[in-house]
Every structure is written in structure tokens, then in C-alpha cells.
Design a protein around this ligand. Structure first.
Ligand code: C5P
Length: 327
């Protein structure tokens, strides 16, 4: 989209051409997550079925032609700045400096394309951080896709995938937009066949996160040092997944996450509540990624309000809870 804006502070007789795109940046849920072992490069190999949901952040990217670079315009204003890019967010807890994956993605995009590009990012943050919901990774991919769109798509899907995996292990999955199988450390993406995708897409999920967060690096580190016995051998993980794919069982039967053991040992509020939701409501529940967010698959007859009440009772009135749907 392109429109014109009066140039600020210049009497309104000069106009800037502003091109912008708004992109939705979804959260993800790991319905199946098997960490299979530690690699020589320090990362972990995994087998996961992961899906975006309808809940997420909004990212607006504005390209301002003929202006000073955003870095010059915004310097000193408290807005995060990196090169010719700036970042603002409605959540003050989100770091808007060069550590933010959006600005890292913008830098990687410019290096890969050689585009001379100046842009302003405005992030509407809804996905909690340190939740295992992929918020930062999703934002990075949203930034890549938006920039690519702004300059007539110079990057192919293969090159976007190359950039995405360099930004983070969970980034490639967000290029796909549908439930998929993820392997390696996240770079090997396999689309889920239609009949299996339909067992997941459209399923309603209640996502809830306690007030504390879990750092991904901590969870993987603990697994490597403190609980290597909780790895699931790759062939067992593949066999388990193949069994679900070959059958016709519901999404509930797919739920698995061997990172739960690490998180649950330290944060006992997680297993206590999940057990209660299983016992009292018969719900299929799991943690997403390295946590701390968990989710329950809802059915038509689920007493959702009672489930929400139970979560609030256990984790507090201000617990993050969102009722969403697998894309
Ligand atoms: O790739 P990303 O930056 O999201 O990973 C954060 C940290 O989580 C890594 O530095 C690594 O310690 C750990 N990790 C891992 N294996 C993965 C993904 C992440 O060990 N597959």
C-alpha cells in the first residue's frame, strides 16, 4: 500500500511517499516435540509437529522514501534503532534495540539483497515472551516477509529459509503457515499431508501461561547437563510420529513433549495444574516448546469458562489465557 504524508516539521508543503505493509505474526504450538539428542554444534536435534495459531502479534512496516534514514530521525527518541531501521512496540517490556530479532532480520535482509532500504517497524505485541510460543521468531519472519514484499520480492523461499534458520531455530516454521513436521534443529521442514493436517487445523486450543517465563537456552542446557535420559531416541520419535500419521487418531493422541520433564521439575505449578485439567475436565494438555506456556485442546462440549476459572484459581487472576484455533 502506498500513500502520502506531510513531512513533519516542514510546514506541510513537502510530502513523503510512505509504503507500508501490515503483517500478522502468529504464535505457534508444538503438538509433538521430541528432543532426540545434543549435536556437535551445541544445538539439539528434534522431531516436532508444530502449527501456527490464529492468535499473534501485528507488525507494521513503513518504508519512507526521500526521508532521512529512520536512524537519523529517531536518534535519541528512545526508539530502538539499527542502521536504517527503527522499532517501536506497545509493550515496554519488549527490547527494541539491536538484540530484537526484527532488527536482526532487517539487517540480514539488507545484507542478502543489497537493497538500500530505510524502514520503521511498529510491533503490536500480544504473544508473551519466554513462553515457548515462538513470538520472537515469528516476528523475525514477519519482518523478512514484509521487507521482501515492500521491495518486490527479491528473495525466493529458499533464500528466506536460509536467512530464517540463521535468525533462530524456530524461524523456518513460520514461513510455512500451516501444521508441519520440523526436524534437525528446526531447518528441515516437511509439510504435513492433507489428511493429517485436517486433524489439526481448525482445532480450538486454550493457551495459558503462568507469570514466570522459561528461557529456551536454560531448558536445553538443563536437558543436556542434568537430564540426558529424558532425550527420546530419534528412531523412537520417528516411529511414534509415523504411527500417528498412518492412523486416524485425533490431535489429542499426538500430544507429547519431552521438555516437560525439565520444566516440571523446577516449576511444579505446571504439572499440578495440567493434572487437574486432565482429571477434572478430561482435557488433553501439554506444554508448548520449552514453556512456560501450556495449552489444552478444547472440544465442543468443553466447559471452557470452568476451565478458565480453574486456571485462574491455580495461577492467579491475571494469568495470560487465550482461546484460539490451530491454523
Ligand atoms: O535458535 P535459538 O536462538 O532460538 O535457540 C536458543 C537457544 O536454545 C540456543 O542457543 C540453544 O542453546 C538452544 N537450542 C538448542 N537446540 C535447538 C534449539 C535451541 O539447543 N534445536
Amino acid at each position: 500500500m502506498i500513500f502520502a504524508l506531510p513531512k513533519q516539521g516542514k510546514g506541510g508543503d513537502e510530502w513523503l511517499s510512505v509504503t507500508f505493509v501490515n503483517v500478522f505474526s502468529p504464535a505457534k504450538l508444538n503438538l509433538f516435540l521430541a528432543i532426540t539428542g545434543r549435536r556437535a554444534d551445541g544445538f539439539h536435534d528434534l522431531v516436532s509437529v508444530v502449527a501456527p495459531v490464529k492468535f499473534g502479534d501485528n507488525l507494521r512496516v513503513e518504508r519512507v522514501e526521500g526521508a532521512k534514514t529512520d536512524a537519523e530521525v529517531n536518534a535519541g527518541s528512545g526508539v530502538g534503532v539499527s542502521g536504517c531501521f527503527s522499532l517501536e512496540c506497545d509493550d515496554p517490556a519488549v527490547p527494541c534495540d539491536e538484540t530484537n530479532l526484527i532488527l536482526k532480520a532487517a539487517k540480514a535482509f539488507v545484507e542478502a539483497t543489497g537493497e538500500k532500504l530505510s524502514a520503521r517497524f511498529v510491533l503490536g505485541k500480544r504473544i508473551p515472551m519466554g513462553a515457548g510460543l515462538g513470538g520472537g521468531s515469528s516476528n523475525a519472519v514477519a519482518a523478512l516477509l514484509a521487507l521482501n514484499q515492500l521491495v518486490a520480492n527479491p528473495l525466493s523461499r529458499e533464500r528466506l529459509l536460509d536467512l530464517a534458520i540463521k535468525l533462530g531455530s524456530d524461524c523456518p516454521l513460520f514461513l510455512h503457515g500451516k501444521p508441519l513436521v520440523m526436524r534437525g534443529r528446526g531447518e528441515r521442514i516437511e509439510a504435513l499431508e492433507a489428511q493429517n493436517g485436517t486433524r489439526l487445523s481448525g482445532r480450538r486450543a486454550l493457551v495459558f501461561k503462568p507469570s514466570f517465563s522459561i528461557a529456551t537456552a536454560w531448558a536445553f542446557g538443563r536437558m543436556a547437563v542434568g537430564a540426558p535420559m529424558s532425550y527420546l531416541a530419534a528412531d523412537e520419535a520417528e516411529a511414534r510420529l509415523a504411527c500417528w500419521r498412518a492412523g486416524d487418531e485425533s490431535a489429542e493422541k499426538l500430544l507429547f513433549n519431552n521438555m516437560e520433564q525439565i520444566a516440571f521439575a523446577k516449576y511444579v505449578a505446571l504439572p499440578v495444574l495440567l493434572e487437574r485439567l486432565r482429571g477434572e475436565f478430561g482435557l488433553a494438555v501439554a506444554m508448548s516448546g520449552s514453556g512456560s506456556a501450556c495449552f489444552a485442546l478444547l472440544r465442543d462440549g468443553t466447559a471452557v469458562q470452568a476451565v478458565v476459572e480453574r486456571i485462574r484459581e491455580a495461577w492467579g487472576r491475571h494469568t495470560f489465557i487465550v482461546d484460539t484455533e490451530i491454523v
